[in-house]
Structures are given as structure tokens and as C-alpha cells.
Design a protein around this ligand. Structure first.
Ligand code: FAD
Length: 470
């Protein structure tokens, strides 16, 4: 249970700013290691982008569309068995576009068969491609782009490029021009066993995580926006929040890395070289979503769990970002998603640019949202004819919504491009006791990436505190 702000102490070992999956994991690990941890969250709910909301009896998940099998091991090791036990596979992933239509379990075996039988790629090429992406790791050469990787194995085969890339663009915002490792690591994570989800929904997951935080003694305070990280003599001293100073030996910021450097910390605390690197960080794109609640008692047939649909002739990263993109992913939440809650909800997700929405006035903004909702229902009608009559609730979110709720620069959904990783990993070398956790470098984003990064950063913080305490 969150503690009222007035009841907070004056000093902690660690303050974690933000309760995204990275912040939650760091706070939990550090408390588990015996440190006195305060978790401050701006919103009234924990979870950051791992969130949900309720409307007229419907529960909408914002970012629960799919993650790799690696979540099972990570949750077992760093959270608990109850969390691990709720992870289940999404068995039907559907693609439908002018180049091909198919259903898959989205794992290596099925993709090998599809690439060979449907796309007529020689078995040896497929094996070589899988061998290459599986062997990719963080320390590899980063000069090769995903486009070059695809051209090397499947020259001119834009249909194959689309099959391999489209889901990953939705999963982490990466494009054909990003370093191939940002593709390879995430794609091979999925190919390991397929796409998984959390049975019971995001609300259940965050509830279980809150229980674990409480068990380990984390002090949680919501509706608390940190305004400043206080640095003195090259070290953090604490934070300023709601007009009060709270001291800490270490501060872990789960606010975006650009926010942490530009808005939360006095820039004089950093070296010029570091600030130059930070200024070059590009944030990833944001998202739009349309949330559709189906009337109680209405039935929706099984058209797949995830439906990658497009009427654009080819895959094109820019087309996917367009204000009026013809490409979207439908996530279908059948009653099995939340056993006991007998409702169907559908969420359409699109990648999106903040600048396409930020300048619209109130009227234009509403018009664009309405028109996005109409296009979404027309697209959905191709798979569920007459769906309009079954809809009970519909509303939309835009990059402005994500910016509003998380404070992320330009409402970014997947943190920063690759260069953000180095800055995030080296911030503690600039200011003693200051750490960053959260979506950076594409590979540290997504549910699995953010949780794993939370573990890595908590180990750094634990090491720092132990050295400090002698
Ligand atoms: C539309 C959408 C769909 C997605 N779908 C998927 C998916 O299917 N699978 C998947 O794996 N990933 C998905 N993701 C990505 C995934 O949700 C994120 O990568 C991950 O949840 C980010 O975790 P994080 O640790 O970076 O923190 P965030 O979730 O970004 O949270 C940061 C937190 O810090 C808080 N904060 C910021 N500044 C302050 C401050 N000054 N004071 C106090 N608190 C502050 C914010 O309020 C927020 O709660 C999706 C994201 C979006 C937007």
C-alpha cells in the first residue's frame, strides 16, 4: 500500500524515481538485498507504461501485447513463482497484408517451415540466418543495419523482410536502419519459443509486484513527482519532491534518460563530453492506440491473439509511423485473458510521431482522434464483419497521452535509440550514486528488457552502497 507523503522519512539508502517495470525491479532487488528503499511515483498507480484502465466494466491493457519466453525465467528468478506461473503463450499470431496472409506460433520451428514452404527460401539460407541472429550479442559490431542483414540473406525479398521486421518494429520501435543487433537480439528472443502474455492482465501483475515490494519492505509513495535530483560535491544527496528534500546515498532514476539529464539534474554536475553524448541521444517513436470494449453477452470468434494488418503495398518504417498509417496491430483479449471476467476487448496499436500530434489545437486533436477511431473500426470490420454494432466503448490514446502520463520526452514508447544505452550505463561515473534504469538502446526496452535492466542496475547500486559503507 502506498504511504501518505507526510509519513515519509527524511533519509533512505536509495530513492527510486518512477515505478515502470525497470524501477519496480530495481526497488525490489535493492530492498531484498537489505537496503532501505523509497519508491516515488508521479502517477497514482504503479507500473508506468505497464498499465491498464477501466471503463464501464471493461479493463483495457495498454502494453500487454506480447513478450518473449525469457520473462518466465526472469520473473521466477527476480520476482516470484506466482508471477511466473501466470505467463502463458499466445498461440495464434496472424499476418494479413497485400504481400501475404498467414497464421503462426511465431517460433523458430514454425518460421523455418513458413520461410521454406511459403516463401521458398532454401533451408540452408534459413539456418544460416537463424545462426547469425542467435549469435548476435551486445558487444558485437554495431555498424551493420537490419536492412543490410536482410539484404545479405534475402536480397530483394521485401515480403520476407516484412515478415521478419514488422512485429519487431511494433515490439520496440526499431527500423531497418537501426543496428542489426537491436533486431537480432529481440527477434531471437521471440523465436526461442514464441510470444507470451500475462494471464489475469496487467492489473494482476502489478498487484503481485506491489505485494512483493511490500514484503521486501519498500516504502512506496505515489502522486509524488520528483522535481530535482540534488547533487553535491560530485555525489547525489537526495531528491526534491513536493517541496521537500529527502536524502539518499543513491538515486535510481526510472524517468527517461533524457528527462533525467535535461530536467532533473543540474547540468553542471556532468562533464562536457558526457553532455555532448547525451545531447546526441534520439528518442524512439511514440504510439497511438484505439481501445474497443465489446458489449456484454456479445461473442467474438477466434481471429487470432495478435493480428498484424496492413493495406500498404510494402513494409516501410516511415509508413508505419504516418499519422494516417494503413498498418496496425490488433490485440484481442478474449475472456481467457482474465479468467472470471467475461468480457472481450480489442486494442489497436500504431507507431506514431509526437510532432504529428503535439501542435494540434483542441478541435483538430479531437478530429484526428475521431478519424483514427473510424479508420480502425473499418479495418477491424474486415476480420469481424458488423463489429460496429457490438461495440460498447471506444476511445483513443496518442503520443500526447503517453507524454502526459509518463512525462517521457515526446511520449516515447520504447525509450531511446542505441546511443542512449551508453549514456545510461555511464551516468554513475559522472555523479557518484546516480543511476538510470529504463528503456534505452532499444534492447533494454519492452517488459523483458526493462525488468532485466532493473536487475543489472540494482546490482550496480548494491555494489556502490557496499563500497560506500566500507
Ligand atoms: C502502446 C505501447 C505498447 C507496448 N507494448 C509492449 C508489449 O506488447 N510488450 C512489451 O514487452 N513492451 C511493450 N511496450 C513497452 C513497455 O511497456 C515498456 O518498454 C516498459 O514498460 C518500460 O518500462 P520502464 O522501466 O522503462 O518505465 P516506464 O514504463 O517508462 O515508467 C517510467 C515511470 O517513471 C515515472 N516518472 C517519470 N518521471 C518521474 C518523476 N519526475 N517523478 C516521479 N515519477 C516519474 C512515470 O510516471 C512512469 O511511471 C509498449 C509500450 C507502449 C507505449
Amino acid at each position: 500500500m502506498p504511504v501518505p507523503f507526510a509519513q515519509l522519512g527524511d533519509a533512505y539508502d536509495v530513492i527510486v524515481i518512477g515505478s515502470g517495470l525497470g524501477g519496480l525491479t530495481s526497488a525490489n532487488r535493492l530492498a531484498y538485498c537489505g537496503h532501505k528503499v523509497l519508491l516515488l511515483e508521479y502517477h497514482h498507480k504503479l507500473g508506468g507504461l505497464a498499465t491498464w484502465f477501466k471503463r464501464r466494466g471493461h479493463i483495457f491493457d495498454v502494453s500487454l501485447h506480447g513478450f518473449p519466453y525469457g520473462m518466465v525465467k526472469t520473473c521466477k528468478k527476480y520476482w516470484n513463482k506466482a508471477i511466473m506461473d501466470s505467463i502463458v503463450q499466445l498461440k495464434k499470431i496472424v499476418f494479413d497484408n497485400p504481400q501475404f496472409s498467414l497464421a503462426t506460433t511465431f517460433d523458430k520451428q514454425d518460421f523455418t517451415s513458413i520461410l521454406h514452404k511459403k516463401f521458398h527460401i532454401p533451408q540452408a539460407t534459413i539456418e544460416k540466418f537463424f545462426g547469425t541472429v542467435t549469435a548476435m550479442n551486445f558487444y558485437d559490431d554495431q555498424s551493420m543495419t537490419t536492412r543490410e542483414l536482410f539484404e545479405q540473406f534475402f536480397p530483394g525479398r521485401t515480403d520476407v523482410h516484412r515478415l521478419l521486421m514488422e512485429p519487431i518494429t511494433y515490439a520496440n520501435g526499431s527500423t531497418l536502419d537501426d543496428p542489426a543487433i537491436t533486431y537480432g537480439i529481440v527477434f531471437s528472443n521471440f523465436m526461442n519459443r514464441g510470444v507470451f502474455t500475462f494471464e489475469g492482465g496487467t492489473d494482476k501483475l502489478i498487484g503481485l509486484m506491489s505485494d512483493e515490494l511490500e514484503k521486501n519492505g519498500v516504502t512506496i509513495c505515489t502522486r509524488s513527482k520528483v522535481d530535482r535530483i540534488i547533487v553535491e560535491k560530485g555525489r547525489v544527496r537526495g531528491v526534491e519532491v513536493n517541496g521537500r528534500t529527502i536524502e539518499a546515498k543513491a538515486v535510481v532514476s526510472n524517468s527517461g534518460i533524457t528527462n533525467t539529464i535535461d530536467n532533473l539534474t543540474d547540468k553542471r554536475a556532468f562533464s562536457e563530453v558526457f553532455l555532448e553524448k547525451a545531447a546526441a541521444i534520439r528518442v524512439n517513436n511514440s504510439s497511438c492506440q484505439v481501445y474497443i470494449g465489446i458489449k456484454e453477452q456479445e461473442y467474438i470468434p477466434d481471429i487470432g491473439d495478435l493480428l498484424f494488418t496492413s493495406t500498404a503495398p510494402d513494409f516501410d518504417s516511415q509508413e508505419l509511423l504516418d499519422l494516417r498509417t494503413r498498418s496496425k496491430t490488433f490485440s484481442l483479449y478474449y475472456p481467457k485473458t482474465r479468467p472470471g471476467h467475461n468480457r472481450y476487448t480489442i486494442v489497436a496499436s500504431m507507431n506514431s510521431r509526437f510532432e504529428d500530434w503535439s501542435h494540434l489545437n483542441v478541435e483538430q486533436y479531437q478530429q484526428e482522434k475521431d478519424s483514427m477511431i473510424s479508420r480502425t473500426i473499418i479495418d477491424l470490420d474486415r476480420y469481424l464483419p458488423g463489429i460496429q454494432t457490438q461495440i460498447d466503448w471506444v476511445e483513443a490514446a496518442t503520443p500526447r497521452t503517453f507524454n502526459h502520463y509518463t512525462l517521457h520526452t515526446c511520449g516515447t514508447s520504447f525509450g531511446t535509440k542505441f546511443e542512449g544505452l551508453d549514456v545510461s550505463r555511464s551516468i554513475f561515473k559522472e555523479v557518484g550514486g546516480l543511476f538510470h534504469v529504463g528503456s534505452v538502446g532499444i534492447i533494454m526496452s519492452g517488459w523483458l528488457g526493462a525488468i532485466n535492466y532493473g536487475v543489472i542496475v540494482s546490482n550496480d547500486v548494491d555494489g556502490y552502497l557496499r563500497t560506500l559503507n566500507g
